[in-house]
Design a protein around this ligand. Sequence first.
Ligand SMILES: [Zn+2]
Ligand SMILES: [Zn+2]
Length: 151
Amino acid sequence: MAGATSPSQPCIFCQIARGSTSTPLLHSDDKVVAFQDIKPSALRHYLVIPVEHIPTVRDLQRRNEDYGLVSHMLNVGQTLLRRDVPQSNQYRFGFHQPPLNSVDHLHLHCLALPFVPRWKHVKYLSLGSLGGFIEAEKLLEKIKPFSPIPS
Ligand SMILES: [Zn+2]
Ligand SMILES: [Zn+2]
């Protein structure tokens, strides 16, 4: 048991990742799980989260482990959307940066457009240096290790 000094709320995404909720998992492996966003903003809206509790994109660093994890999350999201919504040819993948993130457990938003309703697109705008939404590809550039990843 954790120390009595930290009566922190159990993290809902950790519970989902452990399969201890009724949320159906669209994908699960030893690193990530995927499920439907409970409040979808688009034609199809999935979340991919790491099994390990990583709070936000700010906790990711330029190292192979983090780069590999985010690439894997993106791969899983792309595969699911291409399989489930092949009729949409517009997909968006990215993360909310603090303080605009809703849950403090890293989650990749995977959206098959159009946005529903249309105004929802404002939640997924990049606000430049203010933060906002960061595309997964952009985040990967930011945390890409300087040394080549050993294959
Ligand atoms: Zn968590
Ligand atoms: Zn979010």
